[in-house]
Ligand binder design. Structure first.
Ligand SMILES: [Fe+2]
Length: 188
């Protein structure tokens, strides 16, 4: 192990752990180890986290709607739609985790209740069981609603060079725009 001046010394695992512990403790006297300092003001981080919370609510609502349609779809397109919806809700289930964890990395709690999502989401719930074609139309509307929500956050993330958020938004928009196109193609 090389320490500071380049003098090479041998330490066992316990000694290295102790050195790191002492270093961390001495640092914590000068600055709070839990303070977030990403180079983005708290006000801007909060605005982005609020936008991402709306994106999370939209994504979760669309996830639930897509899973619901997977269970309840009927008719001659059953097999195609049942499997297509499964692919879509599986992708959405993974996406909510990425969005929620970006909110956490910005220093804010991620919403995770139906009451919070119903307030934040721009996608209305579907409570009846629509016909297969109506399900496709409702999912196109939902996919495009998520795209619009994601796009609305861009000015805030771009303003403060929050590239991780902008990258996440770009990825989400690509997925939702492509899925909307695939769904729409079924109706043409
Ligand atoms: Fe299933």
């Amino acid at each position: 192990m090389v320490i500071g001046s380049g003098v090479e010394l041998s330490y066992d695992g316990t000694q290295i752990f102790e050195i790191l512990r002492v270093k961390l403790m001495s640092k914590s006297k000068n600055s709070s180890p839990t303070a977030i300092n990403l180079g983005i003001d708290e006000k801007d981080r909060k605005a982005i986290a609020e936008g991402l919370s709306r994106l999370l609510a939209d994504t979760y609502t669309l996830y639930l709607k897509t899973h619901y349609f997977h269970w309840n779809v009927t008719g001659p397109m059953f097999q195609t739609l049942h499997l297509m919806f499964e692919t879509q809700y599986t992708e959405l289930a993974l996406a909510v985790d990425l969005i929620a964890e970006r909110i956490r990395a910005l220093g804010f709690p991620a919403p995770g209740s139906y009451s919070a999502y119903s307030k934040l989401s721009s996608i209305p719930e579907t409570t009846e069981v629509p016909k297969a074609e109506e399900m496709i139309s409702l999912l196109i509307e939902g996919q495009e609603a998520v795209v619009r929500t994601a796009r609305s956050i861009f000015p805030q993330s771009d303003k403060v060079s929050d590239e991780p958020t902008s990258d996440l938004l770009t990825q989400r928009m690509q997925v939702h725009e492509k899925t909307a196109w695939m769904l729409r193609s079924l109706l043409e």
